[in-house]
Design a protein around this ligand. Structure first.
Ligand code: SF4
Length: 222
């Protein structure tokens, strides 16, 4: 019952945030439990490591909180952990992760450690399926808090799922890829997910164009 209450509160917080409301420090008590998310990454990570708010918590090996520079100007957001991420607890460490690292280090010419990398859901969906809306909306407040704490200038949405849950727009990724979308405190640039590039290498040239655009945006914002 308490778990359901917490899930509903987190979902409600996200909906309010999406409508333009900001989080404010407050304590909401019910049977002694607080629904406020902490303002530092380590405490938030600890909260995620114990989280069982959606069904993905039951099947995960390790939650994948995210990693990188806590003051990064650039953040990448993917869909969710895969098999290797689930085993290691780190984001983008499989083949798609190797490609993302190349995109960052060769395309943007910055070290991977200088960016922040996270996902829409922190726990692996079984068989790498797309997270359900319930799973995504339940987990999303954690990502929103990470964005608030890290405060990047540019966020790159990797693939349709990340773009959809960061904007509420269900447009296909091929339609919106490469756009620069003003989100107030940051700009969002959607591009293809590295897993898609592994299956469709010919799309790498479009991503290269997106990386050039991201590089320019970072220079403008530095
Ligand atoms: S996916 Fe997110 S909401 Fe679901 S159990 Fe994992 S951390 Fe919690």
């Amino acid at each position: 019952m308490n778990r359901l209450y917490n899930a509903l509160q987190l979902k409600r917080l996200y909906q309010l945030k999406h409508l333009g409301f900001r989080y404010v420090p407050m304590i909401q008590k019910r049977t002694g439990a607080s629904t406020v998310l902490p303002d530092d990454l380590q405490s938030l990570r600890n909260m995620v490591s114990d989280c069982m708010l959606c069904g993905l918590g039951k099947s995960r090996t390790k939650p994948v909180f995210g990693e990188g520079d806590p003051h990064a100007s650039l953040m990448f957001v993917g869909e969710g952990p895969g098999a290797q991420e689930d085993t290691t607890g780190r984001p983008f460490v499989g083949r798609a992760g190797e490609l993302l690292t190349k995109m960052i280090e060769n395309g943007l010419e910055i070290p991977r450690s200088s960016v922040y990398i996270a996902n829409i859901v922190k726990c692996r969906p079984p068989n790498n399926r797309v997270p359900t809306p319930e799973e995504a909306y339940t987990c999303l407040p954690y990502l929103m808090k990470q964005i608030e704490i890290v405060a990047p200038k540019v966020i790159v949405a990797l693939g349709a799922t990340a773009y959809h849950y960061l904007t509420g727009d269900k447009s296909g990724i091929s339609k919106v890829r490469g756009e620069v979308i003003d989100r107030g405190s940051y700009v969002l640039v959607p591009t293809y997910h590295p897993s898609y590039l592994l299956r469709n290498p010919s799309a790498k040239k479009e991503v290269y164009q997106d990386l050039l655009k991201i590089k320019r945006l970072l220079c403008e914002n530095c």
